[in-house]
Design a protein around this ligand. Structure first.
Ligand SMILES: Cc1ncc(COP(=O)(O)O)c(C=O)c1O
Length: 365
């Protein structure tokens, strides 16, 4: 893909805000290991600079979704000659086991996978964490019995080193009782497994704000380190800052007459003579059609997105003549991401994860 450096549309990432968020989470969990979640290109913030910043801050445990992401992160470690641990959430195909390094931990969430792997001819030692399904019903071993069998299977094969155990919360943002119930289930499983795990972890971002995981010595925050995924009122209370701001520019400004239409499908009609501006971002960038009718912030004014969002550009109604070249905030200090998500009827995770690599990322240290 062409490098996105010649278009005045950019995602600005504040690395100080990232550090602030990680330090804040760490301050709530002083004795616990933080495994920041860097999957999906660090929730599309750019895994290179995000990982580098966290490494410089002394973080040495990370989590990712799959083998490809582990390989990419390992390249960053190798370049900087860093020793760090990577937890991989997803399954690894048997034929790829040989690629797994000794500083990576694989998730063991299925008895069938473990049994199949034991039959497979590989010689590298695999460090693993068991995943227990405590109520999310996505990945994970489902009962105490199944978890016991999985542990026994792993311990009977010296190619496996069982380092950790974890579960994942489904409703930590909305249901404290439900989350406590998941934590209690996990605690019970732990209690009945006669094994000293080096790493025990449950909490995601919202779990990190609750006091439900006393038995854990680690946590896996993702969204919160990017300053998303928590309730709007919690930002101020906990001092969490959104790290990404999306900007573009007015590239053309023109006047249209009352009754004229704008864009594909002519879905907008000017109620009076109006100034409009063209902004070079569209649905190919992940700036979806649902943004029509929402607002962007330009030089002190909230300006409505009018007409259908195009593939590479969109139009806004201006309060009057504005100079081409002026900066447009799509989200940032005047329009928080949670507001964008609310207005689009989705979650802020999705808004950032939809932002295409075509949008240049810039990093403020
Ligand atoms: C297993 C696991 N742990 C932790 C996280 C981080 O969750 P959050 O971004 O809500 O903190 C995720 C993300 O979905 C996950 O899948």
């Amino acid at each position: 893909m062409a490098e996105a450096i010649h278009r005045p549309t950019w995602l600005e990432i504040d690395l100080q805000a990232l550090l602030n968020n990680v330090n804040t989470v760490q301050s709530f969990h002083r004795e616990r290991t933080i495994w920041p979640v860097l999957k999906a290109n660090a929730y599309h913030h750019g895994v290179g600079p995000i990982a580098q910043t966290l490494i410089d801050a002394g973080i040495s445990h990370f989590s990712v979704s799959n083998l490809d992401e582990a390989i990419e992160l390992q390249q960053i470690f190798d370049t900087h000659k860093i020793d760090a641990t990577i937890l991989i959430f997803g399954d690894v195909l048997y034929e790829n086991i040989a690629l797994v390094r000794s500083n990576w931990c694989l998730t063991m969430s299925q008895l069938e996978w473990i049994k199949g792997a034991k039959e497979y001819d590989f010689s590298n030692q695999l460090h693993v964490h068991l995943e227990v399904d405590s109520g999310m019903h996505r990945r994970g071993l489902q009962t105490l019995e199944e978890t016991k069998v999985a542990l026994a299977e792993l311990l009977s094969d010296e190619r496996f080193v069982v380092d950790g155990i974890y579960t994942h919360f489904a409703v930590a943002d909305t249901d404290v009782a439900g989350t406590e119930q998941q934590a209690a289930y996990f605690r019970d499983i732990l209690h009945h497994l006669d094994y000293e795990f080096t790493h025990v972890h449950c909490a995601n971002s919202n779990g990190a704000l609750l006091d439900v995981s006393k038995e854990c010595n680690g946590l896996r925050p993702g969204a919160i380190i990017y300053g998303i995924g928590i309730h709007p009122e919690d930002y101020q209370q906990y001092g969490i800052r959104q790290i990404a701001s999306l900007y573009s520019s007015l590239v053309e400004v023109k006047q249209i007459k009352k009754g004229e239409h704008v864009g594909y499908g002519w879905s907008y009609q000017a109620g009076q003579d109006e100034w409009i501006g063209i902004i070079p971002i569209g649905y190919a960038d992940g700036w979806v059609l649902g943004n029509q009718g929402r607002s962007v912030y330009i030089d002190g004014h909230y300006c409505e997105i009018i007409g259908r969002v195009c593939m590479d550009q969109m139009m806004v109604r201006l309060p009057g003549l504005m100079p081409a070249g002026v900066t447009v905030e799509l989200f940032g200090s005047h329009i928080p991401l949670y507001q964008v998500a609310q207005e689009l009827g989705t979650i802020d995770y999705e808004v950032v994860c939809l932002l295409d690599e075509r949008i240049m990322r810039t990093y403020i240290k």
